[in-house]
Ligand binder design. Sequence first.
Ligand code: PMV
Length: 358
Amino acid sequence: MYKTLVTLPRATAIAGSNIAFVKYWGNLDDTLNVPMNGSISMTLDAAHTITTVEFHPDLPADELTINGQPADWAAVKRASAHLDRIRDLARKYWSARIISTNSFPTGAGIASSASGFAALTLAATKVLGLNLSKSELSRIARLGSGSASRSIDGGFVEWQPGGRHEDSHATPLAPANHWDLVDIIAIISTEHKKVGSSMGHSLAHTSPFYQARLGTVQVMLQSVRRAIKEKNFTAFGKLIEEEAISLHVSAMSSRPSVLYWQPGTVALMQALRRWRDDGGPVGYFTMDAGPNVHVIAQRKHAAALQEKILNVQGVQDTLFCGIGSAARIIDSDLHPFGYGDSHVASLGKDTQNRLPTR
Ligand code: PMV
């Protein structure tokens, strides 16, 4: 009788979600997520995902746990398809156990695909021994979810549309400490949205206003880039509101129409403009493919704004985020649902590599 300890190949990564100021909407290639236009975002610190990927030689299929619960079939399928791309690159074909934890509650209506696919990409490529550059990681993350390409980097990030897979990846625009902005996410609805962003991207082309949006986006990118560089908050705020409205007009006017806003969304958009007009705390809105409102502000106004936002009818809660840093590998023992027991006991031939029951 002998006893050995087998350490399973595993890595854990953390990645922040991001909020886009110039938004990705519509693809040149829907399967590869090559976008029609470039986009600019800010990586968030408090809205992040921690993902552990552990490869098992004897696991029959990939497993995925999100926030301590087994994920639904569609989520497992999507994560597994993403791992296949990475396994193909590494030419290693073991199944994996993926443990993913979001810093925000599941069902809070906050999209986790950007942080989720960025963390999954980093952890899986690391554990399979692929030593990839940031742009390579960004390109692979993009295949899981377009906006995940921007969550590989921290601070302010620009995704170069590229026009084809090889050239479509994000690059840093300014570091996290460049400008002390905050994102107060106002939770308007926690319901699962009926039309996901993938469907939204594929419908974008059916809107008569979509071509007009594409016609203005280059100037928008230049202007937002400049406002960030010069830290011109008023110019920046006006631009991001205009840009969010442009995206939502395209969505609302696509066939079929996609209407993400709820009464609370509009109430908060109106309130922010009223407070600005009345000399109150200054915040500007932007919304992704959902009803929640991201209020972008300078930190000096954050506390006053957050209090006022919570009093707007239809706002259920807020999540306060600063600017996050780049996705990175962390110690697996730091995973909240993690793997303190980082060894599998192997007690001989017939029990070799048996999984511990958890
Ligand atoms: O990455 P996706 O497919 O979830 O698309 C994100 C789309 C928007 O959030 C609306 C805009 C963006 O650039 O993040």
